[in-house]
Design a protein around this ligand. Sequence first.
Ligand code: SF4
Length: 231
Amino acid sequence: MIETFGYPVVSKRVSQYVGEVQRAKGETATKRLRLTGMTSRGTKSRLGEIPDVWKPLVTCGFRVSDKCCDVLKKEPLARAMKNFGPPFVGTRAEESMQRELSYKHYGCNAYHMKSPRSTPIAFWTGQDVREYIQRELLPYSPLYDMGYDRSGCMWCLLGAHHSDDRRFELLAKTHPRVYAFCRDRLGLFDVLAVVERLWGERYRRRTKQAEPTVSPSPNPALAGFGILKGG
Ligand code: SF4
């Protein structure tokens, strides 16, 4: 996925927008929207624009994309839905802002969405889930006993730049060979270093401390990192 499409970083929306600009051929309306927020009607759309802090990702030396979610999750689900109808999905509002907004907007039974689905535990807390598992003696993934609070894709960088995110520290302890693969073959931590530096710049701007200028390209953090350069 990474070699074919690029890295999923920051959030799905940022990955989608940055990838669209990187792949744009010439000065397209989408590229202008993503970089300036200007729509084809001449109005400003902040939601359609890449936040300033993440714009340097466009020229950071590696490809960014949200396509892996389409290929690994959305497209198989769409195929299955043709045979089985709308799915039951175990996502919960407290897991992300996007899921919270979706729950507030559509509720649990979102059958009028473009991709209809039911999310019957959308309003549950993590504690609700744990209590239900204990009460009903349900089997669950051993990953949760290892300290993980999610059991998604091991190489995903979405949200990994937040200072309280410990997914790769845990991975180094629980799955050292996968960790080494992520580091040596996928170059994940070189990419994460770039994202964390940009995020740190934003933090420093907010606190009005002295700061060096971000110089995204060519990127010293990617020295020796050959897997996707120039893609
Ligand atoms: S959750 Fe998985 S499929 Fe979705 S962006 Fe992350 S790595 Fe890709």
